[in-house]
Design a protein around this ligand. Sequence first.
Ligand SMILES: *[C@@H]1O[C@H](CO)[C@@H](O)[C@H](O)[C@H]1NC(C)=O
Ligand SMILES: *[C@@H]1O[C@H](CO)[C@@H](O)[C@H](O)[C@H]1NC(C)=O
Ligand SMILES: *[C@@H]1O[C@H](CO)[C@@H](O)[C@H](O)[C@H]1NC(C)=O
Ligand SMILES: *[C@@H]1O[C@H](CO)[C@@H](O)[C@H](O)[C@H]1NC(C)=O
Ligand SMILES: *[C@@H]1O[C@H](CO)[C@@H](O)[C@H](O)[C@H]1NC(C)=O
Ligand SMILES: *[C@@H]1O[C@H](CO)[C@@H](O)[C@H](O)[C@H]1NC(C)=O
Length: 377
Amino acid sequence: MHWASVLIVAGLCGVTLGQYEDEDMLWFQYLRRQSSSYNYGPYYEDEIPSYSYYVPAGSSVGEPVPEPPEPPVSRECPQECDCPPNFSTALYCDSRNLGYLPFVPSRMKYAYFQSNKITSIQEAAFDNATSLEWLALHSNQITSDKMGKRVFAKLKNLERLYLDHNNLTKMPNPLPRSLRELHLAYNQISKIPSNVLEGLENLTALYLNHNQLNEIGTALRGLKSLILIDLSYNNLRRVPDGLPGSLEQLYLEHNYVYSIPDDYFKVSPKLLYIRLSHNSLTNDGLSSNTFNTSSILELDLSYNRLQKIPRVSTNLENLYLQGNQINEFSISSFCTVVDVMNFSKLQVLRLDGNVIHRNAMPPDAPLCLRRAAVIEI
Ligand SMILES: *[C@@H]1O[C@H](CO)[C@@H](O)[C@H](O)[C@H]1NC(C)=O
Ligand SMILES: *[C@@H]1O[C@H](CO)[C@@H](O)[C@H](O)[C@H]1NC(C)=O
Ligand SMILES: *[C@@H]1O[C@H](CO)[C@@H](O)[C@H](O)[C@H]1NC(C)=O
Ligand SMILES: *[C@@H]1O[C@H](CO)[C@@H](O)[C@H](O)[C@H]1NC(C)=O
Ligand SMILES: *[C@@H]1O[C@H](CO)[C@@H](O)[C@H](O)[C@H]1NC(C)=O
Ligand SMILES: *[C@@H]1O[C@H](CO)[C@@H](O)[C@H](O)[C@H]1NC(C)=O
């Protein structure tokens, strides 16, 4: 079919929502809004420089005597790197063609090594750097076999670890339990051993997109703070066994998922966004109420092999189904009861690139889909 049309449902307001491509932006903004501390860059708040008082000559006797100055802060800095004098806990060693990891002085909380040519991490690399909270090692060529076995385990305060865009073939293991964000995208990791994420009780965001994962198994169980997981662009045929109850954003697009177990999303009552586009889903691989979960606001099932519109909750606001093989417009997928009080909150529905006919919209559709601003067939 070469035609696509936008039907503005009669009697509805003319709000035009952005095109599909803009949704990436919305998701992104959502994440930023969720926790502004996702901003990339060091904190400065706790970096108040110590002060010494100048007492002018002739000031009256009886003024409090100034405290003796603090012992000087260590200024030790690897010669390859920059250590800004006004920010004594940050080490900047990024983008300077380094082939090895310089020594990290023990006062450092933030260390930036990204965009170099580092291939290995020696066992003792961070022995003295146990205050590290942020460690940026992305965009290097680190391989798993040249990474010391316990390099990260001793970093008891590490909250953010950036290892994306490297040459890792295995998950780093063990990982510090203090982690809040783990960035491993754009590597060649093929599996997640079931114990590697165990005890990461504060992990909120896990990025494993653009790897070669075949299976996740039960590895996500017990991540009781996880809000976002990105598993897109992998080789997954099955969804992970068990999602965390805290999860809000699940990204699984560009995999080979063909089925989803019954009641799969019921264990995650906070789920808001599900991306499953470019997979191999068929209606036979879904149970009748797989996606009928009241928390979900946005569901992307585009570019799969669906022949029918799956049943969804009346709370759903955005549904993307373009590029499937859907051949009927079943209003019962949205509303089981249609009357003045019962209707769908759907705002955007995309059905273009299916085998559905424009006239297929049933006459009672506007009553059920009364909030819809854009329906594309
Ligand atoms: C530290 O100094 C540099 C330049 O000397 C300045 O650009 C930067 O804003 C300063 N940072 C803080 C936190 O004062
Ligand atoms: C580690 O720190 C201690 C004291 O903070 C220092 O004496 C020692 O030389 C450091 N180790 C390395 C490898 O620099
Ligand atoms: C890392 O991967 C890149 C791209 O595949 C490759 O060019 C490079 O040689 C690899 N480096 C190492 C150390 O394996
Ligand atoms: C998780 O975060 C809480 C609150 O910030 C902290 O008290 C706790 O020690 C952290 N857990 C781990 C394992 O670091
Ligand atoms: C979704 O599930 C609810 C019960 O949880 C049910 O009342 C409703 O009819 C279902 N929606 C559809 C479209 O089947
Ligand atoms: C329809 O609306 C009525 C009144 O709000 C409500 O009691 C009933 O549960 C709704 N039925 C369904 C299937 O949502």
